[in-house]
Write a protein that binds this ligand. Structure first.
Ligand code: GDR
Length: 358
């Protein structure tokens, strides 16, 4: 039995798929804590929860974190609290002070390529960080009827060397990177705490999701930014690694809705969130160049071993039918629209940068 105390007191009940607006009538504000607030998903989720009337608190690590300024400028409603996924005491202190209804654990070393070079750090933050947050929730929320609902950002990277053509919640894991291994631990420990302590803990197995806010280290943004700069004549080539891998790419703004929906159900569960379509990296490249009217993209692209990984995930394609059926979730942005949105955004940014420089 979940959410008897705090949530019942606050009038939080089941939200029917498609009736998300019902939360606006709550008489008392719900509080959400987001780890990874400065990342792409943290920012989309903060906006979504703010629209729904939540008090949004972001966990911020480090002293004088330069990304705090971005959050304060672009999401001024977010309260920041200090804490680090590598420091259990700091998590307990933050949770005790905030008393959140919902915790979204999006914080991680999230760049797969980097995880090969900093495997131990990745295991600590991306893997053990989940355990620390679950322990903190148990310490603060109690062993029974814990009122704090928990969302774990699991990843399609857990499927790695895929065991079946279309990956769903039952597909066995075979991670191909220290990042993937750490995410498997995070996923399994979330399920374990749900089963051991009756915690309302959900794991969202999200396939790749991108946006205008994507970091430049990820392949989609690296491509769209380079395409814009090549089109405007300030860059001459795009240097990439393997162009063959296939990914199931969706829009991050659509995917954070699924995170929220998972925590509004009667029972905690795990869900795959994906588009059900897969494209090779080179197809993303082609579409991005086409979006600015360049058809002979091969002229501008060079491959370099620096961007190859010791082991690769060759094919990802997710089956989100459970999320569609039980959460009422569906993606809204198509793959071509995603590419165009990202290219248009980078054209705008780069045009402005050139204007300022001149
Ligand atoms: P991924 O995303 O590893 O799938 O993880 P990324 O965009 O980094 O790579 C996608 C694919 O593109 C290939 N690739 C390159 N990748 C990068 N970053 N840079 C390059 O120059 C390059 N050239 C080719 C990669 O080898 C790979 O096959 C993302 C992250 O957001 C994870 O945190 C998340 O869990 C998963 O998606 C779902």
């Amino acid at each position: 039995m979940w959410h008897t105390n705090l949530r019942a007191r606050r009038g939080v009940g089941h939200v029917e798929p498609g009736h998300e607006g019902a939360t606006a009538t709550l008489d008392q504000m719900r509080t959400a804590l987001i780890t990874g607030i400065t990342g792409q998903d943290g920012r989309f989720l903060a906006d979504l929860l703010h629209e729904k009337g939540y008090r949004v608190v972001g966990l911020m690590k480090g002293q004088n974190n330069p990304r705090a300024e971005l959050i304060q400028r672009e999401h001024p409603f977010v309260e920041l609290v200090h804490g680090d996924l590598c420091d259990l005491t700091s998590l307990v202190t933050a949770l005790s002070a905030i008393q959140p209804d919902e915790v979204y654990n999006l914080g991680a070393i999230s760049f797969v390529a980097m995880s090969f070079n900093q495997a131990e750090l990745t295991a600590n933050v991306t893997g053990l960080g989940v355990l620390r947050m679950l322990e903190a929730i148990r310490i603060v929320g109690g062993n029974q009827n814990n009122p704090i609902r928990f969302y774990q950002a699991s990843s399609s990277e857990m499927f790695g060397k895929v065991r079946e053509a279309l990956q769903n919640e039952k597909t066995p894991f075979h991670p191909r990177s220290p990042y993937g291994c750490a995410k498997v631990f995070g996923h399994d420990i979330t399920v374990n705490y749900r089963e051991s302590y009756d915690m309302f803990a959900c794991s969202g197995i999200l396939f790749n999701h991108e946006s205008e806010r994507r970091g430049m280290e990820f392949v989609t943004r690296k491509i769209t930014n380079a395409v814009a700069r090549i089109k405007l004549g300030v860059q001459h080539e795009l240097v990439l690694g393997d162009l063959e891998p296939r990914r199931d790419w969706g829009y991050a703004g659509d995917y954070v809705k699924a995170m929220w929906l998972m925590l509004q159900q009667d029972q905690p569960d795990d869900f795959v969130v994906a588009t059900g379509e897969t494209y090779q990296v080179k197809e993303f490249v082609r579409l991005a160049f086409e979006a600015v009217g360049i058809d002979d993209w091969q002229r501008y692209v060079r491959q370099d071993a620096r961007f190859m990984r010791p082991s690769e995930v060759d094919l990802l394609i997710g089956d989100a039918s459970k999320a569609e059926r039980e959460l009422g979730w569906k993606r809204e942005v198509s793959f071509p629209d995603l590419v165009r949105k990202m290219v248009d955004n980078d054209m705008e940014i780069e045009r402005r940068a050139i204007a300022v420089a001149n």
